[in-house]
Design a binder for this molecule. Structure first.
Ligand SMILES: [Zn+2]
Length: 208
């Protein structure tokens, strides 16, 4: 993949996810691996509207998160993207801020993971072929120290290598895939199921 192709793919993903209302107020971030050796990752710039991302707002960072191509600061959450790319083996990472992910990751019943099981939509996740699949989406306490948070995520991924996404409490969803298209599909699947789960939790709470 060239840097031009990477930028085009991230611009398209931002437009698609932004239409769903998952990248509101310059939130969220998008990245894709351009090369593995040396590691080069195309990532959205900090502080811009990812729903209206332009190719110039896609930067290239190295394995340490330093910008090696493009102008401006990379996403604040670059260390998390690099962790998922390096430790998790992701080819692309999508980070969204939906209402339901924000609510559901912060309910008392959601301690350290959201369990999604029995839904046909789960088959949209790579490697899943039955609605009976049990997907555990781990939840991490939010932290502005992204290096520290990355270390916690790296450790957790070794315990849950099969998961397709993770939540930051009262913050949002991270998901990933082999390509931008797959990571975007995973975001759509998980955000759909989080909304289903969230609506169920609200309905149960409203019962007399
Ligand atoms: Zn965020």
């Amino acid at each position: 993949m060239t840097s031009v192709e990477a930028a085009e793919a991230l611009v398209a993903a931002g437009l698609s996810l932004g239409r769903r209302g998952w990248l509101t107020g310059t939130s969220g971030s998008l990245s894709v691996v351009v090369s593995r050796d040396p590691l080069r990752v195309a990532i959205s710039r900090s502080g811009v509207d990812k729903a209206a991302l332009t190719p110039e707002q896609v930067l290239m960072v190295d394995a340490g998160g330093a910008v090696v191509e493009g102008a401006g600061p990379a996403s604040d959450e670059t260390p998390l993207h690099l962790t998922l790319v390096a430790a998790g083996g992701a080819g692309a990472v999508v980070h969204t801020h939906s209402v339901w992910a924000t609510i559901l990751s912060d309910t008392p019943s959601a301690s350290d993971a959201i369990v999604l099981e029995g839904y046909e939509m789960l088959k949209g996740l790579a490697g899943v072929h039955t609605h009976a699949h049990r997907e555990e989406v781990p939840i991490f306490d939010n932290d502005q120290d992204y290096a520290r948070l990355s270390a916690r995520i790296r450790e957790a991924l070794t315990r849950r290598p099969a998961c397709h996404g993770l939540l930051l409490r009262a913050h949002g969803l991270y998901t990933w895939g082999a390509s931008v298209a797959e990571a975007t599909r995973h975001a759509e699947v998980l955000e759909f199921l989080l909304e289903v789960k969230g609506r169920l939790v609200c309905a149960e709470r409203g019962r007399p």
